[in-house]
Design a binder for this molecule. Structure first.
Ligand code: SF4
Length: 281
């Protein structure tokens, strides 16, 4: 009897986004200079494979400007940093190479502009996320909230500007803005959500209608990969969240048509390895 060949279909949008590609490219450039030690402030992206590959080439990851020596190159990751951190790095005399995503830079400029015009700054997102910490540094007394309930508890007088983390879901942001509209007479809503995330989610939803099961590839710390996994789960088809080819469950290989998607910090090489391993299983 003829054995059916497994079909593997990739989502139309997946893998490195513009910002991640730029940050990783900046780090690559720094390593290639070979003239000094290279540091990143925080992990360059949320992917253990990429971080480990750079570590093998001598790149060190630290969390604080105090841990960066003066005579090295230091790379700012796609999430960006607060201006105070940049000043601290400059004071240490390190050579700063900026890998901040252009979309995040645009949000930082908007926060600075409205804060200087006297607006209260409300930022919607995860308070522990690097991008939010960076954005907050561009405003005077910013308020960070993560859901409509926290918006409902705010008491603000005067003009208010609300902006979000680039990677949150549009409907979550809309719900928060709806609550703020009821409370603030003078509210400026800034639309800053990056379409890279929503496009990946839409492409995955569409993919899930055409496949029997789905694998989502990405670092476990990657917020946008976690959202992709949730998106796949919500469609009801069997799906798994894996970091690399070694984590492909045997059960997944039993399906005839398998979909693949990957977070914005997952390199193409990793996606290729998963596809190859699946074909051989
Ligand atoms: S998801 Fe969007 S905002 Fe975030 S790094 Fe990628 S391109 Fe930039």
């Amino acid at each position: 009897m003829k054995k059916n060949k497994k079909t593997i279909i990739r989502a139309d949008e997946m893998g490195f986004c513009l910002g991640v590609r730029r940050a990783v490219g900046t780090l690559e450039e720094a390593v290639n200079f070979e003239d000094s030690e290279v540091y990143t402030l925080g992990p360059i992206i949320h992917n253990p494979r990429v971080i480990n590959d750079f570590a093998v080439r001598g790149v060190k990851t630290v969390e604080s400007p105090e841990d960066v020596p003066s005579d090295c190159r230091v790379i700012i990751r796609a999430h960006g940093i607060p201006p105070q951190t940049r000043e601290a790095l400059n004071r240490r005399g390190s050579l700063v190479m900026d890998g901040t995503c252009p979309k995040v830079i645009a949000s930082q400029k908007t926060v600075r502009k409205y804060s200087s015009l006297g607006y209260h700054t409300v930022i919607v997102g995860d308070p522990d996320h690097g991008e939010i910490k960076g954005l907050a540094g561009f405003a005077d007394n910013p308020i960070v909230i993560s859901d409509p309930e926290e918006a409902g508890n705010l008491s603000l007088k005067g003009p208010v500007m609300v902006i979000s983390q680039t990677t949150i879901k549009q409907d979550e942001y809309d719900r928060v803005c709806h609550v703020l509209k009821e409370k603030c007479a003078d509210l400026k809503i800034v639309e800053s959500i990056c379409s890279a995330t929503s496009k990946r989610q839409e492409a995955l939803k569409e993919l899930c209608t055409r496949v029997d099961a789905c694998l989502i590839i990405g670092g476990k710390d990657s917020a946008n990969t976690q959202r992709l996994y949730k998106t796949a789960q919500d469609t009801g088809i069997p799906c798994w969240y894996i970091q690399d080819a070694s984590e492909i469950p045997q059960e997944a290989a039993g399906y005839d048509i398998i979909g693949l998607s990957a977070g914005a910090s997952t390199p193409d090489s990793l996606i290729g390895e998963v596809e190859e391993r699946l074909r051989s299983m």
